[in-house]
Structures are given as structure tokens and as C-alpha cells.
Design a protein around this ligand. Structure first.
Ligand code: PLP
Length: 414
């Protein structure tokens, strides 16, 4: 048999899903599993979106234009402007989720051997998107001690090399819940101009900022205008992951022209689904604001639960619907398997996403986990109580020497 490509070897199996067989086995034994590992919203898709699908006057499902239906591009433009972000409809390309938008964007700005800076821990699929686009992700490591903020531009500057073409920022962040400060965005903006970089803003969680905060958009930086590419999606803000509609937006005509060729090569995005999301894009802000209130309550339940765990100092997630934390455990991957295979408390256990998979740098995140807020606050509180019992009962539990933690690894990367 011929061997498979080098590129195939760069695609990792989803670290979030690899515990699934253990979870299924636990359920088969009758154990109730609290799934804190996956960011699939648990709440219903808005009925008006589903009603729209049923009412579509379509008698023929033809290819849509590669750049997106004109009415869908106009709806995205209206959506952005409700957030004070100005993109004309012809500066927007409709894509199959943010996933396709990010893959195309990476390919356009750095494909074929370029590098893009990314803050780690990061959304794990970035690495697979980069592999598809032949781009190397260069990590700038954030630490739980700093609530996963980077503070100043020094760290960014140190990571830039001759092949660096851009910086990718997920704001609010999956997996950490970080919402970057104005000073941090200023720092990214300064470095982007100084080093001639694109700024790729993944804002799929834009609405979910807690405690009255807000995402500050890069589009406010006049001198960055043609460097900015925003990627977005309806998946999370409208509880509609399966509709697979996203977009990329930029005022940079050259980027749009080349990205359109990628769009043309895949022909089009699903016609009915583009139509289906239009009402929510044009009039869905109140809906997602209500979701944000719900997620904030869930965040509090998780934070309070983590704060009760001995040896854990949780950081308070500022947005998205995730948090990451360090546990007093030797290997969170082994711990996650143990919880599913060997542990239950009152017939319940928890499925966690081990932290390692969210780091580009091998060896980091071994004692961290990501927790998604995909149950109501009461159920999350219960799941945290189960986790507390598991941490206490785990045989390989260890105390943290926080200050000394992995300083060796962090130092070499600067
Ligand atoms: C940060 C981030 N970006 C992009 C995506 C992909 O979104 P979509 O469903 O629109 O492809 C996700 C999905 O979880 C995500 O968390």
C-alpha cells in the first residue's frame, strides 16, 4: 500500500472527542456522565430560524453564488453594523462556518509555508486548519497565573520571524474565556503595523462577555484597516452549530479576491441555510444577549465549584462559554479516563477535556482541563460536586508547586 501524505500526519484526532468510547462504556454501565468537554450548545435553536427553513419558497436548490447570496451578505453587514463594525456586503464572503473562513484566511495570508502567531491554549482545530492550509502556527504561551492574558507586546515580538504573516486572536477565547483588554489589543495593533502582519480576529463568541464587559473590535483601529480579517459564525450565538453558516470579512480587496477563488473552488455554501439565518442576523441581538446572561450564571456555578476544590485557584472566565483550570493532578488526561472508567459518585461522573490538546507546544497543559458550560447552572453545580469527589479520591493527586511550575519550558520560549 502506498503511504499517506505528510500533511495527513499533521492532522490530529480531536482531543475533545477521544474520551467518547470511555464515556459510552460508563453510560452502558448505568453511570450518568456530565459532559463538560464539548462546546455544543444545549439550548434550542430559535424557532423563527426553523420556521424560516420550513417557509422557504424554494422549488429548486441551485448553487448559490460562491461569495454568498446577496441577501445573506447584506444580513451579515447589518449584523456587524449592529456592533459598530462596518463591512459593506461586498466585503463579506459567506462560508461554511467559521471553520472554512479560518482555513481560507490562513491559506490566503500564509498558505504554503508561512507562519501565523496564535495564543495558546487555543481552539484545537486551528492546528488542523493550519495543516490544511500549509501554515505553521507559532504559539505565544499564556499562563493560568495571568488569567491567560499576555499583557504586553514583548511576548508577541519575540515570536515573530521572517515567515510570520499574521496573528490569529480568538476574542473572547475558546478555551480560556479570556477577553483581551484594550491595552492588549493596542499591543497587537502596534506589532501588526511594525512587523507588517495581518490580524485575523475570530469573534464567534463576541456576544458572550460577562460582568458587563464588551469585545473591542479591531476595526476601530483606522491604521489597521486593510490588515484585519474578521471571521464569524452563527453557530454559538444562535445555538445553531448544525446550520454551518459563517463568514469572513475584510476591507482588503486583494484578500477578498484571492479568498473568492477558494470560495469558487468549493462552488457554494448551502442555499437554504444561508436564507435560514437571515432573520436572526438582522434581528437576533436580544436573543444572544439573553444567552449571555444564562452563560454568566453558568460561569459562576463552575467558578464557585472549582473554588471549592482543594489546591485549585480558578480564574474567572471573562467570556465565551468555557474556562480552563489547573487541577492538582499529575496528568489530566489519565485523570479524565480514570473518572470515566474507574470512578463514580452516587452513580455520576464527569467527562472533561484534557488541557494538552489545546496547546501547540508539546508538554504543556498536562495538568489543565477545559470546562464547557453546556448545562444549566444547577446541573453544573452538581457536576462540580462530582468533580470535587473525584479529585479527592484520585490516587495520583499531587500538590502544586505553583510558582515553579514549568518555568523551564516557559523560559525558553520567552
Ligand atoms: C473559537 C472557534 N472558532 C471557530 C469555530 C468553528 O465554528 P463553526 O461552527 O462556525 O465552524 C469554533 C467552534 O467551536 C470555535 O470555538
Amino acid at each position: 500500500m502506498p503511504s499517506l501524505s505528510l500533511k495527513s500526519a499533521r492532522l490530529q484526532a480531536s482531543p475533545i472527542r477521544k474520551l467518547a468510547p470511555h464515556a459510552r462504556a460508563a453510560e452502558a454501565r448505568g453511570t450518568k456522565v456530565h459532559y463538560l468537554n464539548i462546546g455544543q450548545p444545549d439550548m434550542p435553536t430559535p424557532p423563527q430560524m426553523l420556521a424560516e427553513l420550513h417557509g422557504l419558497p424554494l422549488n429548486r436548490l441551485a448553487y448559490a453564488p460562491s461569495e454568498g447570496l446577496p441577501e445573506a451578505r447584506a444580513a451579515w453587514s447589518a449584523f456587524f453594523s449592529s456592533w459598530g463594525i462596518r463591512f459593506a456586503p461586498d466585503e463579506i464572503l459567506v462560508t461554511t462556518g467559521a471553520s472554512e473562513a479560518i482555513t481560507f484566511t490562513l491559506a490566503v495570508v500564509a498558505g504554503g509555508g508561512g507562519e501565523v502567531l496564535v495564543f495558546e491554549p487555543c481552539y484545537t482545530n486551528y492546528l488542523s486548519f493550519a495543516a490544511q492550509a500549509d501554515v505553521t502556527m507559532v504559539p505565544v504561551t499564556l499562563r493560568v497565573e495571568d488569567a491567560y492574558h499576555f499583557g504586553s507586546e514583548q511576548r508577541l515580538r519575540a515570536a515573530i520571524g521572517p515567515r510570520t504573516k499574521g496573528v490569529l486572536l480568538c476574542n473572547p477565547s475558546n478555551p480560556t474565556g479570556t477577553v483581551y483588554t484594550e491595552q492588549e489589543l493596542d499591543a497587537v495593533a502596534r506589532v501588526a503595523v511594525e512587523a507588517d502582519l495581518f490580524v485575523i480576529c475570530d469573534e464567534v463568541y463576541r456576544e458572550f462577555v460577562f460582568d458587563g464587559g464588551a469585545v473591542r473590535s479591531f476595526t476601530r483601529y483606522g491604521d489597521l484597516a486593510n490588515r484585519i480579517i474578521v471571521v464569524d459564525s452563527v453557530s454559538k450565538r444562535f445555538n445553531a452549530c448544525g446550520v454551518r453558516i459563517g463568514c469572513m470579512a475584510t476591507t482588503n480587496r486583494e484578500v477578498l479576491d484571492v479568498a473568492l477563488r477558494f470560495c469558487q473552488a468549493r462552488l457554494s455554501v448551502a442555499t437554504a441555510e444561508q436564507r435560514m439565518v437571515i432573520p436572526m442576523l438582522t434581528d437576533g441581538r436580544a436573543y444572544s444577549e439573553r444567552l449571555c446572561v444564562e452563560y454568566q450564571g453558568r460561569r459562576d456555578a463552575v467558578y464557585n465549584g472549582l473554588a471549592r476544590l482543594e489546591g485549585v485557584t480558578p480564574h474567572r472566565s471573562e467570556g465565551s462559554f468555557y474556562t480552563m483550570t489547573r487541577l492538582p493532578i499529575d496528568s489530566c488526561e489519565r485523570f479524565a479516563v480514570w473518572m470515566l472508567r474507574d470512578f463514580q459518585w452516587e452513580g455520576e461522573t464527569v467527562c472533561l477535556a484534557p488541557g494538552e490538546g489545546f496547546y501547540v507546544t508539546k508538554g504543556l497543559g498536562v495538568d489543565e482541563v477545559r470546562i464547557a458550560f453546556m448545562y444549566d447552572a444547577a446541573t453544573l453545580g452538581r457536576a462540580m460536586a462530582v468533580l470535587e469527589r473525584a479529585v479527592a479520591a484520585y490516587p495520583a493527586r499531587r500538590e502544586l508547586a505553583r510558582s515553579a511550575y514549568r518555568s523551564d519550558l516557559l523560559d525558553v520560549r520567552g
